[in-house]
Design a protein around this ligand. Structure first.
Ligand code: F6R
Length: 593
């Protein structure tokens, strides 16, 4: 949800900020802009579209201070006028977030004589800052005051005419800062500033950072504070394409490696997998694919731990009647660790005194910092908007939690324990084998269709939800996932000649039921792509094409089933010539409600 970047130092800031914004483009890409000091004046250049469009407008200007923005529109359509930065009076800023009380602020500012060029909430915030600053002429005091007035979420980078510093403050949306001998840097996310240092400061809510050419000063309530930096040895290669045509493809192909590293690390440090056996009530809260991983997690924990688990979409959870108490474990799943609804759910769970456990990828992110306990999935940077390797590792995390739980509770005996472990150890190779399959034929059967259905039961249904989301979000083909038994309660009426139905069958206990459902759609003309475990026998006449995954325990097969569906989604989108890494209307990190 918008990426922002600022630099103040001895080098030309414009190319530095443009480069940083490019690495943040996954957060939004409908318009972009920069503001910089030139001949003692602030100059703004902005454009609708990608950063590449903005670059066409750049000249040879040289400036030591620049702030920039890549937008995912919230208030006001994507357009040049709505693009950031916005300038009002002596104040110029970029903003990531949503100002919720913009209407009331606008009415008051209009009474003061302000008028607005854009449709954005950001221009209103900019006017508010200008109005307060005009009255007190004190930057820090102004920034303190606005924090008591603004409602919603924001990460601001602000520059003031005649003051050669960048000011940063935030609520909800993240900001990370660093400095080196070249100057000071601030951005929405680490990839933008990764090449400048391995030491990062995370700005906390209520703090203000002032970035001069040489140093960063942090303030809390106008008093200077000392902040400790965090050192991360990020692998720079995970933020680059490394010869792949797309980040998504690279991230799909990274799965054998990250899965192996994850298993090696956590089997070696098994105590880092939390023992959740003491909880009577467990709730899993997340959004999108992370929510799907939570559904798989709830299945595993119920099956191997015999504890009832509810999984919730975070945007629903935060407004529902709460049944949380101090004996409840609330598990928050998030790749970015910055998803607004998941953060709000975490804070609510804490208000009710639940114990909170985060399953997070981005180190030092808000969810990682605020949860009582965190498991890092260590997927490295995931840049493609559609998640692949992070989802796989989220499922694997739940798988290990349930495995440990099963062992502790005696539901997995020693014999079974070793067999499951053998499956885990073979998992990277199994994934690799599935990546090597030829997906061309299957792609050809699907890419020209208007609707695709995914069906499965239990665990397979949850994988179907993820497979369906993957396909629709990057190919724009409408797709739905259904519990296989549910189709004939209405949706089967949509099945016609050659309608693709992707069906997953991995559970021996209920495979007969699923196979019957497959036959029901096949006999109505559907094209059936079957993804099944190799030991499950299905009559050839029941399907058109099949992908077989090795016969493993469900703690492992639930990861294998998603791999071909990721590949299929990628290949369909590729064949359609779409922008796979940056699908329309989407952004990677959803930091607004
Ligand atoms: C889909 C996808 C999204 C995210 C969701 C949650 O491919 O990536 O559905 O899973 O927006 O994001 P995080 O995990 O960052 O909280």
């Amino acid at each position: 949800m918008c990426g922002i970047m600022g630099y103040n130092g001895s080098k030309n800031a414009i190319p530095i900020v443009i480069k940083g914004l490019k690495s943040l483009e996954y957060r939004g890409y409908d318009s972009a802009g920069i503001a910089y000091f030139f001949n003692e004046k602030i100059k703004i250049i902005k454009e609708k579209g990608r950063i590449s469009e903005l670059e066409k407008l750049l000249n040879n200007d040289n400036s030591n201070l620049c702030i920039g923005h890549t937008r995912w529109a919230t208030h006001g359509k994507p357009s040049k006028i709505n693009a950031h930065p916005h300038m009002v009076g002596r104040v110029t800023l970029v903003h990531n977030g949503i100002i919720e009380n913009y209407k009331e602020l606008k009415d008051n500012l209009e009474k003061e004589g302000y008028s607005f060029k854009s449709e954005t909430d950001t221009e209103i915030a900019c006017s508010l800052i200008d109005s307060i600053y005009k009255k007190n002429n004190d930057i820090l005091e102004t920034l303190e005051q606005i924090q008591t007035i603004l409602k919603g979420s924001y990460a601001f980078l602000i520059i003031f005419q005649q003051d050669k510093n960048i000011y940063a403050l935030r609520k909800g949306s993240p900001l990370v800062l660093t400095q080196n001998e070249l100057g000071t840097f601030v951005a929405s996310d680490i990839p933008a500033i990764l090449e400048y240092s391995k030491k990062f400061y995370f700005l906390e809510e209520g703090e203000v950072a002032k970035l001069s050419k040489e140093s960063i000063t942090f303030y809390s309530k106008k008093n200077i504070i000392n902040k400790k930096y965090n050192t991360f040895n990020y692998d720079l290669t995970t933020a680059k394409k490394n010869g792949y045509s797309h980040f998504m493809l690279k991230e799909i192909y990274e799965q054998p490696k990250v899965v192996k590293e994850f298993l090696d690390y956590y089997f070696e440090n098994f105590k880092l997998i939390p023992d959740i056996s003491k909880y009577k009530k467990i709730q899993i809260v997340a959004c999108g694919s992370a929510y799907h991983s939570g559904l798989v997690g709830s299945y595993f924990i119920e099956k191997y731990g015999h504890i009832e688990v509810q999984s919730y979409v975070a945007s629903e959870y935060r407004y529902k009647e709460k049944f949380i108490d101090k004996d409840t474990l609330v598990i928050l799943v998030s790749q970015s660790g910055e998803t607004a609804d998941t953060i709000a759910s975490l804070r609510l769970a804490k208000e009710y005194q639940a114990t909170t456990l985060g399953i997070v990828n981005v180190i030092g992110s808000t969810i990682a910092r605020e949860c009582d306990e965190v498991i890092y999935i260590n997927a490295g940077c995931e840049i493609a908007v559609a998640t692949t390797k992070a989802y796989t590792l989220q499922v694997l995390t739940f798988s290990l939690i349930a495995y440990k739980l099963g062992v502790i509770k005696g539901n997995i005996d020693n014999n079974l324990k070793d067999k499951i472990k053998t499956d885990y150890l073979k998992l990277p190779q199994y994934i690799d084998d599935l990546l090597k399959l030829d997906y061309n034929n299957l792609t050809n059967k699907i890419y020209s269709k208007k609707n695709v259905f995914f069906i499965g039961r239990q665990l397979d249904y949850y994988s179907c939800l993820e497979g369906s989301l993957k396909l629709k979000e990057i190919s724009y083909i409408h797709s739905e996932s259904y519990p296989a038994g549910e189709l004939k309660h209405g949706t089967i009426s949509l099945i016609e000649e050659k309608t693709p139905v992707v069906s997953i069958v991995t559970d021996e206990k209920i495979c007969e039921k699923s196979i019957s459902n497959i036959k029901e759609v096949k006999s109505r003309g559907a094209y059936v792509l079957l993804v099944k475990k190799s030991n499950i026998l299905v009559d050839d006449s029941a399907y058109d094409d099949k992908i077989e995954i090795p016969n493993t325990f469900d703690l492992v097969s639930s990861i294998l089933t998603i791999i071909p569906l990721q590949m299929l989604a990628f290949n369909v989108s590729f064949k359609l010539g779409l922008d796979i890494d940056k699908p329309r209307n989407l952004a990677k990190s959803v930091t607004v409600e």
